[in-house]
Design a protein. Structure first.
Ligand code: IDP
Ligand code: MG
Length: 139
């Protein structure tokens, strides 16, 4: 994936709460173009692989059950400086620490159930995008 792209998921909590439209509106208004998008649900194996880097963390099992409990919206987004600008738009992992105007401040309820994922590097954006989308789904 080119370095002007990032990967996001609208997580199960935000889908359950009816926030898909509001979150996408804010993402688009912040200058991101939707390159790929789908509604899907992670299997246990998908979530364990996606979050493999966290497998030794105390919250890993809770994270896997949370991320598999309902549908998500997965998307690849494009904008200059996409990875860093999207991390700024979503805000801190813990919504209590997230800045005003960020997606997690507005839509998340806890450090675990924090509404939106954003890749943390160009390399991970590429890996995560390819995890969810085949070549002919990336526009
Ligand atoms: P990030 O999503 O802001 O990059 P990471 O540290 O990569 O945060 O953690 C991945 C996900 O794991 C978080 O978005 C959140 O859903 C969950 N998580 C992170 N830290 C905690 C924690 O201390 N307790 C419970 N869940 C956590
Ligand atoms: Mg992370």
């Amino acid at each position: 994936m080119p370095s002007n792209r990032t990967f996001t998921m609208i997580k199960p909590d935000a889908v359950e709460n009816g926030y898909i439209g509001a979150i996408l509106t804010k993402i688009i208004a912040s200058g991101f173009r939707i390159v790929s998008m789908k509604m899907t649900q992670l299997s246990q194996r998908d979530a364990e692989l996606f979050y493999a880097i966290h497998k030794e963390r105390s919250f890993f099992n809770d994270l896997v059950s949370f991320m598999t409990r309902g549908p998500i919206v997965a998307a690849i987004l494009e904008k200059e400086n996409a990875v860093d600008d999207f991390r700024t738009l979503i805000g801190a992992t813990n919504p209590k620490e997230a800045a005003d105007g960020t997606l997690r401040k507005q839509f998340a309820s806890s450090v675990g159930e924090n509404a939106v994922h954003g890749s943390d590097s160009n390399e991970n954006a590429e890996i995560e995008g390819a995890f969810h989308f085949s070549g002919r789904e990336i526009f």
